[in-house]
Design a protein around this ligand. Sequence first.
Ligand SMILES: [Zn+2]
Length: 237
Amino acid sequence: MNKALISLTFDDGLRSQFESAVPVLDRYGFPATFFLVANTDPIFTDGWAEENGFEWHKIDWTKEDIRLLRGMIARGHEVGAHTITHKRERIAANPIFEAAESKRLIEEWLESEIPSFCYPFYDTIHVLKEPTIKAGFRQARAGRQNSYYAPGDSLDRFAIDCRQILQTGEDVNAWIRPGCWHVVTFHGIGGDQDGWVPITEAEFGRQMAELAGLRDSGAVEVVTFADGASRSQQIAA
Ligand SMILES: [Zn+2]
């Protein structure tokens, strides 16, 4: 089986992802993974946004949000956890709470098991890895070393790498290596008001259309992050 596996991941629960990316994903039948912050603040507070005068709107776990997310899960998407506060100092001060409580809350809200976690800022893996394992997650994403997991590789399920999408010039063909799993990460979809390192809706549409072409030609299968981790481990084993 030489097909590549691709997992599409979306960080921070940004509204722009649900408004602009999910309809495109659904049109192509691509299941994706959304790492959500488990607090009810409607604004994603981040140093860059605040310093530059932007308010990034995020999922704030209203009844409508919960209905939306449950529907997405029913269609094959995955929801993962991305801490409670997404704040570096708070994570360092209480990593056990940030990992375990985000899992517990999201599972309660969505009445669904949440097996995947994502380390904020990529590098908080250093404080969150052990708490994430202890909290009962089955895999976690760090990133952006652009790793490809090939058959026979040993896979640390709690240090899974990703490719952070570039703002221009992204080569979708380069995501694909036969037989390998590759995880791709998006933040804002739209402009600077929509989230960190945004790509435009048109650029997102182009990337997904190219990926659909590769899927239709049999070169790649798009799977959730949890499915990719399980299947890569089977390949590796
Ligand atoms: Zn994040």
